[in-house]
Design a protein around this ligand. Sequence first.
Ligand code: ARG
Length: 458
Amino acid sequence: MKLWGGRFESGPSEIFERFSGSLHFDRRLLEPDIRGSQAFARALERAGILTPEERAQIVQAFDELLEESRDPAAFDGATDEDIHTFVIRKVKEKAGAVADKIHTGRSRNEQVSLDTRLWLREAATHVGEAVKQLMAKLLDLAETYKDAVIPGYTHLRRAQAVLWPHYLLAYFEMFARDHERFLAARRAANLMPLGSGALAGSGFALDREGIARDLGFAGITRNSMDVSADRDFALDFLYAASTTMLHLSRLAEDWILYSSEEFGWLELADGVTSGSSLMPQKKNPDSLELIRGKAGRVTGCLHALMMTTKSLPLTYNRDMQEDKEPLFEAADQVTASLQMARTVVESVALRPEIPFAAVQKSWVVATDLAEELARRGTAFHEAHQIVGALVLSSVREGKVPADWNDASLAQFHPAFTAGMARLLDPREGLKTREIPGGTGPQAVAAALAEARRRLSTM
Ligand code: ARG
């Protein structure tokens, strides 16, 4: 069936039909399409276009269709152009001629906007929940090893000692922002477009605010041309999905490294790793590698839709049908990746003695020492020079921080005074970083408790 055709002498070619049809992917919009159409039928009744009996008959037919379409076989053999056409054909089959009135003053341009917004509201909530579940697991893992000390890196070189929970809280913050981005994407989509018509506004006096209330929207869209042309709300969702994937990918990359033989701190569970078909010893981090790989795919979805909408003349163009596959793809991949990451996080084990040994044998305490010199009156630049020289001589002689004490430090340079050798122990340096947001043990304990509280109110 077609929703048009009066103006045509012959039908579409088979190649064009196959090329342009979208039912195989926009069937996901079945429920939003039906819910939206039911609300539209009620609006038509309020506008005096449908009688209460006609409205009841149509709404009932939609309900039946929704019920029977839960079976995927309901789409078998359907050759309709898109989900909107499919739904109307089916409703006509059920309700008869009265269904011919359902599309009064309505265009698929606004309908597809409505359906996508309804779908996206659910998807954003759903993905947001998955983000929160991962955040909860990160906090659990932080608490399991709450005193572990690891090297923090810059340039992938050991930089300063940090607490393991401090490291995990960095990811907690990233995912908290992602969660907020999904909420923002939901807000952007949560405006009701029906009544916009094809582009110029409906020719029927529809109660738009009433439709918005009926469907639980926060308000109505303000410009009919914007409705037909706009896919920003989809881009907002794709951006949220992309930043989430970027953060997941960075976590994956860290842990691929940290669980490698070269680092050796993390043990990934058997259940999230794979073996090699040739090398019997291998235990590969495929789950994390796939998360990292899928990040490329999801950001590709964002770019695909950006490129599709760039330069489109106002208002609707069929190009815009290309929005749905990237949107659905990104939602699926980010949901699966969050779930996978959660499983990795809840099954990973840290071997705290290994990162701590890395901390002790490197010179990550150098900054702590230089700052202590500065606290005791040496200008920081000079302190930096002194400790730099200490590190250089130690590296030459193969000495680690623990090889020094107050006496030998004082001998190395008179600026080192009694008690400073304490800072050769990385745990002492941590205590100097009790600033809010820092890795001091009390600051981290407070941040962890606060993170729990925040998560419970998100
Ligand atoms: N399947 C179309 C889409 O997804 C629905 C809108 C069709 N509108 C049109 N003017 N051809 O964009």
